[in-house]
Design a protein around this ligand. Structure first.
Ligand code: ATP
Length: 292
């Protein structure tokens, strides 16, 4: 997803043209941001996805190349352009966004099958919900059958179908996503909602809690709260992606879940001290510096 961010005094009304004050562009999207965070955390990383044949795509490929992220399974789509997001930021800092997924929604089961060997040879498959569900489910099943650990960040918030949930080893929602998944009431304690989501499940559940860190519920191992780190916050955009990407990297390196979560908390804490999405993901040495 390529973000074209406009800053204006307020949102324009119907039929109105408004002069804005700033304009910026960012390469982004959850899958892309998480891949960058994983690579910077030290994992050998490759992406499966689809870009258009446009200037945005060229920028993505350059960024992936510079980060050393494999892009062999990122196909070029002559029909649909690269996915774009059009955020408008007003003077109060409120954001409204139009997202047009374009090539992302053209990813097919055949694309995933073409990447089968890459999935099967991986240690961890990190999934989000930005691509068509049938392609996502196929990737999860290929990984599961090959003994590759499947980590799902159910974002943007949506219902996770049973055939996907059954193939997941680690589920990583933020609090609103957890509530959406479970249909929880707003006044229900997050720990109670998490217990309900984990009951009878074979996956580990990690609920991210913003500055408070994360809750970990592992089957047969109980519940742990891994606290967040106190930092001077500049921009929380991409915190969840920094968390998921670095979590995936540490799980791939063989860390136990709570250790991987402690690292992911520190990586996400560094990311909120910087501006930007993908660009704010820290390198492993910077995370270890903060974590002490
Ligand atoms: P975002 O949408 O902002 O990318 P998210 O809503 O998906 O994030 P959060 O639970 O808000 O996810 O944050 C993810 C992780 O980022 C947290 O578990 C924590 O480790 C870290 N984090 C977020 N906000 C802060 C903060 N203010 N201070 C320190 N760490 C933070």
């Amino acid at each position: 997803m390529y973000d074209l961010v406009a800053t204006a005094p307020r949102r324009p009304g119907p039929g109105e043209t408004l002069i804005g004050s700033q304009f910026a562009t960012f390469v982004g999207g959850k899958g892309f941001n998480q891949a960058v965070a994983a690579a910077r955390a030290g994992a050998t990383t490759a992406v499966i996805g689809r870009l258009g044949e446009d200037l945005f795509a060229a920028e993505f490929r350059e960024f992936l190349g510079a980060e050393g992220i494999g892009a062999t399974d990122v196909s070029s789509d002559p029909e649909h352009g690269t996915g774009v997001g059009l955020p408008v930021l007003d003077e109060t800092g409120q954001n409204s966004i139009i997202v047009i997924p374009r090539a992302n929604l053209a990813v097919t089961v055949a694309d995933v099958e073409a990447a089968r060997a890459r999935i099967e040879s991986a240690t961890v498959l990190l999934l989000q919900l930005e691509l068509p569900m049938d392609a996502t489910v196929r990737a999860a099943r290929i990984a599961r059958a090959a003994g590759v650990r499947v980590v799902l960040n159910p974002a943007p918030a949506a219902t996770v179908p049973a055939d996907l949930a059954d193939a997941v080893d680690v589920l990583v929602p933020n609090e609103p996503e957890l509530r959406q998944l479970t249909g929880a009431r707003a006044d229900e304690l997050v720990l109670d909602v998490a217990r309900r989501a984990a009951a009878g499940r074979s996956y580990a559940l990690i609920v991210t809690l913003g500055p408070d860190g994360a809750l970990v519920l592992e089957p047969g191992r109980g519940e742990v709260h891994v606290p967040g780190l106190r930092v001077d916050v500049l921009d929380t955009i991409g915190a969840g992606d920094a968390f998921c990407g670095s979590l995936g990297a540490r799980l791939a390196a063989g860390d136990p879940i709570t250790e991987a979560v402690a690292f992911a908390n520190a990586a996400a804490a560094v990311s909120v001290t910087r501006r930007g999405g993908a660009a704010s993901a820290p390198r492993r040495a910077e995370v270890l510096d903060l974590a002490g």
